[in-house]
Write a protein that binds this ligand. Structure first.
Ligand SMILES: [Zn+2]
Length: 153
C-alpha cells in the first residue's frame, strides 16, 4: 500500500484546537491550505475556520465560502500554499470519515470549479483535552482512500 505523509504545523494545530474548544459539542471545520513538499509528502500550512454561515450541529457541518476564499487568496498572493482539502471535527464520533464525508470529497474531485486531482480530508477531535486528528488522501485515479501517516515537524 502506498504511504503518504502529512505534516501539520504547530500554528495550524493551535488554530484548530482553538476552534474545537470554541465549538464544543458542535462540529466545526474549514479548508486546508497546504503544499506538496516531496513526492509523497504534504504540509498543511493554514486552515480556515469557516463557521460564518452557522450551518453546524452535533452530526454535521457545512462550511461557509467567504472566509475560505479570503484565506486562499492571501496564500495565493504570497505563493505560500494552495487549496489542498477540507477539515472538520467529530466531537462525538471517531476520527473515521462518514459516508457523507467520503461523498463530499469525491464530489469535490469531480467538481471542475475546484480543478483538483487529489484532496485531503482531515478529521479532528479533542481527546482527553488534547487535539487529535487523522488525515485521509483521495485521488481521482485511486479506488481507495489512503490513511495519511503523520510526520512530526
Ligand atoms: Zn465527518
Amino acid at each position: 500500500m502506498t504511504k503518504i505523509n502529512f505534516k501539520v504545523t504547530p500554528e495550524v494545530e493551535t488554530k484548530i484546537e482553538r476552534a474545537l474548544r470554541k465549538s464544543g459539542d458542535f462540529e466545526t471545520g474549514g479548508i486546508l491550505i497546504g503544499k506538496k513538499i516531496e513526492d509523497k509528502s504534504f504540509e498543511i500550512v493554514d486552515v480556515s475556520v469557516s463557521d460564518e454561515d452557522n450551518k453546524y450541529s452535533i452530526t454535521s457541518f457545512i462550511r461557509g465560502i467567504k472566509k475560505s476564499d479570503m484565506l486562499l487568496r492571501k496564500h495565493y498572493k504570497r505563493k505560500s500554499g494552495y487549496y489542498i482539502g477540507e477539515w472538520h471535527s467529530h466531537p462525538k464520533f471517531s476520527l473515521s470519515p462518514s459516508c457523507q464525508d467520503i461523498a463530499t470529497m469525491i464530489g469535490i474531485l469531480a467538481d471542475d470549479n475546484y480543478g483538483v486531482t487529489f484532496n485531503i480530508l482531515m478529521i479532528t477531535k479533542m481527546n482527553n483535552n488534547k487535539l487529535d486528528y487523522q488525515g485521509y488522501f483521495f485521488h481521482k485515479n485511486l479506488n481507495e482512500i489512503i490513511v495519511l501517516e503523520r510526520s512530526e515537524m
